[in-house]
Design a protein around this ligand. Structure first.
Ligand code: MG
Length: 203
């Protein structure tokens, strides 16, 4: 399986990192070894001094497909949750400065926290999902998928031009504003439509 991630998909987050708004989805990938399952801690990696959380809506692919049309994309996923796209911001900045790839800053072991999945039903409005991340009990990020620059279905249409989707693949759809650093001992909890789906800490 693979994890396809979207960068700069909320205008307020692109702004806070002083990035231009994209005209096409910014895609990158994380390998299977990046996954940190529910309830597991992340051990602060030794190669960074500026580890950031990025809370994101995560979509689970339920059918294989390539060249998926946007109008059919909803048939290709069946579950959603929240995830954290952990980012070694200092390493990412260095890589960006040199025009190099981001993997060592974003795809390392444990960099993809995945919460508990909820089924997508006929009543799930993918363009109207609210979520939040709390750090040590304080809200640090508020998101709403109505603010996505590229909707879930348009991400699937775009990404499937390049990559075949397989059952079980995940999409990290991008983070809203409010990203920030974590320290050893911090606790992160994610709520999707008011339900707690994610709980992890840093050791
Ligand atoms: Mg992200």
């Amino acid at each position: 399986m693979k994890i396809i991630c979207v960068g700069r998909n909320y205008a307020d987050h692109a702004k806070e990192l002083k990035n231009d708004l994209p005209t096409e989805p910014v895609l990158f990938m994380k390998p299977k070894t990046a996954i940190l399952l529910p309830g597991k801690p992340l051990y602060y990696p030794e190669f960074t001094k500026d580890l950031h959380y990025e809370c994101e809506l995560v979509v689970r692919i339920s059918s294989n497909g390539k060249f998926i049309q946007e109008k059919f994309a909803h048939k290709y996923y069946d579950a959603i949750t929240l995830g954290i796209d952990y980012t070694a911001r200092d390493v990412q900045r260095e890589q960006q400065k040199k025009g190099l790839p981001w993997e060592i800053a974003k795809a390392f072991d444990g960099s993809a926290v995945v919460g508990d999945f909820a089924k997508v039903t006929k009543d799930t409005d993918m363009t109207n999902l609210q979520f939040r991340l709390e750090k040590n009990g304080e809200v640090v990020q508020n998101g709403d998928t109505k603010d996505l620059i590229f909707s879930v279905n348009s991400i699937i249409a775009y990404a499937s031009r390049f990559f075949t989707f397989n059952i079980g693949d995940l999409i990290f759809t991008g983070t809203p504003a409010g990203v920030g650093p974590v320290a050893i001992g911090d606790k992160l909890e994610g709520y999707l439509m008011g339900n707690k789906v994610l709980d992890t800490d840093i050791r």
